[in-house]
Design a protein around this ligand. Structure first.
Ligand code: 5U1
Length: 674
């Protein structure tokens, strides 16, 4: 059946539009349409392609998840070998590297590029006539595996290059990685569904990319930064490495936002210290920094030794893994009653932090890893993820190492331990009568992303509960200065501060309040969806499971938990008491009412002295703007505090409006936000 011209044109329009929205969403982090609108565009394109299969082009956005499972990955020979890097572990190693570079070139001053070394999986991607045509893993450097179908599912990698002027045939090289947040969510999901837990983001990225079924890869939160090239016509190569990467970025290829050009080895070492300080707050795992001689002609002059270039080196961060001994295995009870085995460890330094306990996730994991009290284990700490036991060194197991079994009764309240069919997790059945669950729910209520009660930390909550001053979250708002002042390590002033913080927390948002209630399966995102949809607590409380399930993003399990929660008389009583105590919020407005900064994006860098980053974000969000992490040409304002990072330089390069702290405060004042 011939395809009518009008349909062909519509399919082409849809492809372009969807790719544009993919770019806004995945690369710029600045979507301009809702998920529902995006889904409607995809559905329309799929419909047309199903009706007229000849409309399916290799770069169609539908092809990102549509490829059939392959039986194995075919080998791919790299025309230009994929090199590895020499490692430097100390400043001296880097100074030696720079000395060797300068001596070989016979120069005094060398310009380098510096960027994070991501802990992921290296891939090479071939573009032909502007289309992604082949993607392969590094393999042994000479032959890799064909992972084209899987790489095509990574939303930030363009299937068709933007702009123009690209060589007919060229390769980009870079790292596929899993951002820490995505890794945490993937493991939480795996934990709940009894699936394999990944030891670290690197394994998760590698495991996801090497899935035989690309549909599985498509569901994994993978990302990519390009750091170099393979095949490339020499006459089209710019003079410097950073210019090539800037060119790649113009064609829609993601590069590290932390990339910087630095002068001499001193600049390299300064960059290293800056990045090391930021390491824990980076959204991905970096295991070091890579320095490269920026000029391509100098790179060529320097050449290679064995399989590593003489013009680049990886300066490694201190290890995030260490070996220690399991002194005990305790069972902790969380706020939803889940029993988690925790290894109590002989204290050990892991990447600059002393670690004395590590999660074992659940009892299936304890069995699978066969962890026993007395075992020598490898522990790992990644970003702000809770340290975990990676593996047991069986050769070092003492004869009296003690295995542990899951308990039948809650170690805190003695209630029966139960498990739901098909769940790996076991729970205490004591509900809010269990002191551990009560404590957990109060900690959650007070936490920064919930009611944000400053100063109400774990130790204080323990004391308040132990002294019988509070039993539920509603009791917090009945506390008096005198009651608090009598607690250990508290005085009149700190007690008054806590009462002030409680008073301040009463002014909240519906989404935060819903999240703070600790309804099972209602995290921050779900709470926001519910607040946006119902815009009133009363409406949500009277919603049926059916009403809830009709909302995009709310499934039957979440719907059931929500309805069950609002059916419990003690929950209703707590909500009424909280409202009576003065907890309030402005009903979220219709998304359509315009705000002065609608559509504007802000990036914050450095420390503000007058408010926290979260407070600053709240101010601009209230005016309709959004805060993003990456500076791009679509950023409207970059707010620069003390000790700003590379985003400041990027903003200068891109000529974006920069506001220092005072200018930012004036700006907010102008809109009556402060
Ligand atoms: N950031 C970065 N990681 N990384 C890894 N740059 C970089 N360069 C590499 C490797 C293996 O190799 C160069 C020789 C292209």
């Amino acid at each position: 059946m011939a395809v009518p011209e009008s349909i062909r044109k519509r399919a082409e329009e849809l492809r372009k539009e969807i790719e544009y929205h993919n770019y806004r969403y995945y690369v710029l982090d600045e979507p301009v349409i809702s998920d529902a609108e995006y889904d409607a565009l995809m559905a329309e394109l799929r419909r047309l392609e199903n009706q007229y299969p000849e409309l399916v082009t290799p770069d169609s956005p539908t092809q990102r998840i549509g490829a059939p499972p392959s039986q194995a990955f075919a080998p791919v020979r790299h025309e230009v070998p994929m090199l590895s890097l020499e490692n430097a572990f100390t400043d001296e190693d880097v100074l030696d590297f720079d000395r060797r570079v300068r001596e070989r070139l016979g120069v005094e001053h060398v310009e380098y590029t510096a960027e994070p070394k991501l802990d992921g999986l290296a891939v090479s991607i071939l573009y032909e006539h502007g289309y992604l045509s082949l993607a392969a893993t590094r393999g042994d450097g000479y032959t890799g595996e064909n992972v084209t179908a899987n790489v095509k599912t990574i939303r930030t990698i363009p299937l068709k290059l933007h702009g123009s002027g690209w060589p007919e045939r060229f390769e980009i090289r870079g790292e596929v990685f899993m951002p820490i947040e995505g890794f945490k969510q993937l493991n939480e999901w795996a934990l709940k569904h009894g699936e394999k837990i990944f030891a670290n983001p690197r394994n998760a990225a590698a495991g996801s990319l090497r899935q035989l079924d690309p549909k599985i890869t498509a569901r994994r939160p993978l990302d990519f930064f390009c750091y170099g090239h393979g095949i490339y016509p020499p006459e089209q190569l710019p003079k410097k490495h950073h210019l090539l990467l800037a060119q790649f970025q113009e064609w829609g290829i993601p590069i590290s936002p932390e990339l910087e050009v630095v002068q001499t080895v001193a600049g390299c070492l300064r960059y290293y210290r800056r990045l090391l300080e930021k390491r824990e707050s980076l959204p991905y795992e970096a295991d070091g920094v890579v320095y490269k001689v920026n000029r391509f002609d100098w790179q060529e002059q320097l050449g290679y030794i064995a399989r590593a270039p003489r013009w680049a080196i990886a300066h490694k961060f201190p290890a995030h893994e260490a070996t220690t001994v399991v002194e005990d295995i305790e069972v902790q009870v969380g706020r939803t009653g889940i029993l988690t085995p925790v290894a109590k460890l002989r204290p050990v330094q892991v990447g600059g932090v002393t670690v004395s306990s590590a999660t074992l996730h659940n009892f299936e994991e304890v069995k699978r890893k066969d962890v026993r009290v007395g075992d020598t284990v490898i522990v790992r700490r990644a970003g702000d993820v809770i340290p975990e036991v990676v593996k047991v060194i069986k050769e070092k197991r003492p004869l009296d190492a003690k295995p542990v079994e899951p308990p039948d009764h809650c170690p805190v309240c003695g209630a029966d331990v139960v498990s739901e069919p098909g769940e790996t997790l076991i729970r205490c059945s004591g509900g809010l009568f269990c002191p551990a669950q009560r404590k957990g729910s109060i900690k959650h209520f007070a936490s920064r992303r919930a009611m944000d009660i400053e100063g109400l930390g774990d130790k204080l909550i323990d004391q308040l509960l132990d002294k019988g001053l509070i039993k539920t979250v509603a009791d917090l708002y009945d506390l008096t200065v005198d009651q608090v002042a009598n607690l250990e390590r508290m005085g009149k002033k700190s007690a008054q501060n806590l009462i002030n913080a409680l008073e301040k927390s009463k002014n909240t948002t519906l989404a935060r309040f819903l999240y703070a209630l600790g309804i099972r399966e209602v995290g921050e995102v779900t709470a926001q969806i519910l607040a946006d949809h119902f815009r009133s607590l009363e409406k949500l409380m009277s919603a049926t499971e059916e009403d809830l399930e009709s909302i995009p993003g709310i499934g039957p399990i979440v719907a059931k938990h929500i309805v069950t929660f609002f059916r419990q008389p003690h929950n209703i009583e707590i909500i009424q008491r909280l409202k009576k105590a003065g907890v309030h919020w402005k009903e979220p407005e219709e998304a359509t009412s315009p705000k002065p900064l609608d559509g504007k994006t802000f990036v914050f860098t450095g420390t503000l002295s007058s408010m926290t980053r979260d407070e600053a974000k709240k101010h601009i969000e209230a005016l309709g703007a959004r805060a993003t992490n990456t500076v791009s040409k679509n950023t409207d304002y970059v707010v620069v505090g003390e000790n700003p990072g590379s985003k400041f330089h990027k903003a200068q390069q891109l000529d974006i409006t920069i506001l220092d702290e005072q200018q930012f405060l004036d700006f907010l004042q102008q809109f009556g936000a402060i």
